[in-house]
Each structure stands twice: as structure tokens, then as C-alpha cells.
Design a protein around this ligand. Structure first.
Ligand SMILES: Nc1ncnc2c1ncn2[C@@H]1O[C@H](COP(=O)(O)OP(=O)(O)OP(=O)(O)O)[C@@H](O)[C@H]1O
Length: 368
């Protein structure tokens, strides 16, 4: 029996006068997949191709067993036949209808009707707004209506194109939390385009990175971010260690939270009350900038710096006067940016055992 999740299989090309999109990628239809890349790398074009808004696509797109596009067999499903939901930055809602009217419209057009409108209203926290007209809503509230409307159409895949970019921080956090809840409760796969690595790290399982119309990286989000650490001359991300770690202690008597690595070493960070909402399967996501970590040859027991981890240097990569160390602590790689001067002074070499140190405040979580 095949237990692999169904996939979105994309093997397409598309040409504009000054831009070519060439994608050959299978994406598992589970969890949330982030789509990330510089401006004009083709992220929105890819979503439009999947949703059926790009007519000039050549090749194949299949969603599980359903062929959405197959040029050879002259298959090109209309957007409404694809069972793919799409929410944009400025989703168009019906201004002449109330919130409830907009939602009921989506229900009426849906043939399955397995979802209960009340459940979706609850999930998207729209109960108190049902009788409001669209022009009486804030941007964040409108995006929640757009999300609810898209879900009520009972799609097999939900595409989100920068849905948070016009919102303030509080609305962003609320929508991200909602996105996670929707994905889990409805078991609905989501592709989520964003410019913000912060947002993507908070919710995505996998990450697809695009550059000039092609897929540059795809895989587990932490792994992809670590791969990007090595891509010199590309300012897409700040070099960092990206982590999902189990919480051993939420808050000790000193206001610190303890996370544990696979090899049982501990990481301490400053406790924040919002962690309770951010724990996912008992794990907290965090990142440590490579520039916030330093190296010592002996264990720094007399330091005020709370985090010191023992590890082995896996790789040393020099770029002019800067050096990026990859340091293995059990199963986990950590990334450390030091000067070439310090590397020479400490005579660091691959396979050497060293200690990493970083403050609790250097362990950052996402949007607060
Ligand atoms: N209808 C079109 N006709 C011609 N060129 C287009 C059309 N739509 C998009 N493009 C070009 O395709 C390229 C990719 O655009 P796209 O909107 O997919 O990028 P993006 O990665 O989503 O960018 P951003 O992050 O800025 O939204 C750009 O160079 C854009 O100018």
C-alpha cells in the first residue's frame, strides 16, 4: 500500500516577452508550503498557473489524481473546475453584500457542502461581524472573510498570495494563527507566497524558493534555510540556524524557557507569554542569527552568557574576511559567522571540537 501523501505535480513552461517560467516540481499535498523569492521571481505567476488564471501554460499540472492541465491531451480545466481556492493581498469581496451574504454566496456555489458554515465562521472569528457590510471592515477583517469564503468553496488546495502584506502586526499574527488552525482542522494543503521569511518560518513545513522563473530550492523549511546560508552574494536571508525544538520547561524562576536538542544539550531563551499559542506539537520554532553566535575552545563556565553548546566543526567556508562555520551538535547543525582573523587566531579546522556561545536574547522567535 502506498502511504505517501498525494502530490501537486507541476511540469510547465510559460513565456512572457521578458520572462520565462520553467517549473518541474512535485509538492506533497500536506501542511503548509511556503513560496519565497525575490520580487519578480515568478511566485504569483506560478500560483496563477495552478489556479487556472494563466491561459498560456504548456505542460502538465495534476492535483492528486486530477489533471488540471495536460497540453498533449488538450486538457485545461477552468478555474472553477479545479477545486483550488485563491486568496490575494486584496481579495475582491462583494461590497453590496454583508459578511454573511458573502459567505452564503460561496456555500450556494459549492456542490459538496460538507463544511458547516458555523464552523468556518468560528474558525475565522467572524461571528460578531456577520451583519456588517464589507466597506465597514478593516483590512484584516476583510482578509478573514476572503479566507472563510475560499474555504467554504471546499477546495482541495488553498493558494495564498501575500494575504498579509497590507496588514498591521497584530492582524498578521491573528491570521497566521488562523492559517495554522485551518490547515490542521480541515487537513487542507496550503501554498503560501510571502516576502517575509519571519511569517513563513512561523507556519510552513516546506519551503520552495524561486529565482528567475525557476525553482532554486525545495524541501523541509529548516533545511532549505540552512542551504540558503551558503549561497553567497544572495541577500535573500540573513545567515542563521533555524530550529523547531521541544520545550522542556516553559518558564523557570528566571523567566527563561528551556528547549532541548536531540543530543540533550539545552538552549535557553527569554520566556514570552505568547509562547503558549505558538507551541506546535510540543515544539517551538526559533532562529539564531549566525552573527549572534561566538566560538570558544574551552567550555565558557565563567561567562554570563547562558547558552554554551559543545559541537564539532563540520565545514568552514571563507568569503573575503568573513567565515561561516557549520558546527554539528548531535544531529543539529548550527551556523556561526566569525571573522577570518578569529578563525586564524583560534586555528579552527574541520573535525575540531569547540563550544558555541550565545545569549538567551539571541534566540529569536517570530512575530510577537
Ligand atoms: N501578464 C504579464 N505580461 C507580461 N509579463 C508579466 C505578466 N505578469 C507577470 N509578468 C512578469 O513576470 C515576472 C514574474 O512576475 P510575478 O508577479 O510572478 O513575480 P513575483 O515573484 O510574484 O513578484 P512579487 O514578489 O514582486 O509579487 C515579472 O518580471 C513580471 O513583470
Amino acid at each position: 500500500m502506498n502511504n505517501n501523501p498525494p502530490q501537486l505535480n507541476i511540469d510547465i513552461s510559460l513565456s512572457y516577452s521578458q520572462f520565462n517560467l520553467v517549473i518541474n516540481q512535485a509538492i506533497p499535498l500536506t501542511g503548509i508550503t511556503g513560496i519565497f523569492g525575490h520580487s519578480a521571481s515568478g511566485k504569483s505567476t506560478l500560483l496563477r498557473a495552478i489556479s487556472g488564471l494563466e491561459k498560456s501554460v504548456f505542460g502538465n499540472i495534476s492535483l492528486g489524481k486530477i489533471k488540471l492541465v495536460c497540453t498533449e491531451q488538450k486538457v485545461y480545466l477552468k478555474p472553477e473546475a479545479r477545486h483550488v481556492g485563491l486568496v490575494f493581498q486584496n481579495s475582491r469581496l462583494f461590497d453590496h453584500l454583508t459578511v454573511l451574504g458573502n459567505l452564503e454566496y460561496a456555500v450556494k456555489r459549492c456542490k459538496n457542502n460538507q463544511l458547516f458554515i458555523d464552523d468556518i465562521i468560528e474558525l475565522t472569528k467572524l461571528k460578531t461581524l456577520l451583519n456588517n457590510h464589507i466597506n465597514e471592515l478593516s483590512g484584516g477583517q476583510q482578509q478573514r472573510v476572503a479566507l472563510a469564503r475560499a474555504i467554504l468553496a471546499e477546495p482541495n488546495l488553498l493558494l495564498l498570495d501575500e494575504p498579509l502584506s497590507a496588514l498591521d502586526q497584530q492582524s498578521k499574527t491573528q491570521l497566521l494563527t488562523m492559517m495554522l488552525a485551518i490547515q490542521k482542522q480541515l487537513n487542507l494543503p496550503i501554498l503560501y507566497v510571502s516576502h517575509s521569511l519571519d511569517e513563513l518560518q512561523q507556519v510552513c513545513d516546506n519551503l520552495l524558493v524561486m529565482a528567475q522563473g525557476k525553482v532554486k530550492e525545495f524541501g523541509n523549511i529548516h533545511q532549505v534555510i540552512h542551504n540558503l546560508n551558503h549561497q553567497l552574494g544572495d541577500d535573500l536571508i540573513a545567515q542563521q540556524t533555524s530550529l523547531s525544538l521541544p520545550i522542556t520547561k516553559l518558564c523557570d524562576g528566571y523567566g527563561l524557557t528551556t528547549l532541548t536538542l536531540q543530543d540533550k544539550q539545552k538552549i535557553y531563551l527569554e520566556y514570552d507569554a505568547s509562547f503558549k499559542d505558538k507551541i506546535n506539537n510540543g515544539e517551538l520554532r526559533c532562529f539564531i542569527l549566525a552573527s549572534d553566535v561566538s566560538v570558544t575552545l574551552t567550555e565558557p563556565t565563567n561567562s554570563s552568557i547562558v547558552n554554551h553548546l559543545c559541537g564539532t566543526i563540520n565545514a568552514i567556508k571563507q568569503n573575503n574576511n568573513k567565515v561561516l562555520l557549520t558546527v554539528n551538535c548531535g544531529e543539529q547543525n548550527f551556523y556561526v559567522a566569525i571573522s577570518a582573523f578569529s578563525q586564524q587566531k583560534l586555528a579552527l579546522i574541520v573535525q575540531q571540537q569547540i563550544y558555541l556561545q550565545f545569549k538567551a536574547s539571541a534566540v529569536r522567535t517570530f512575530i510577537h
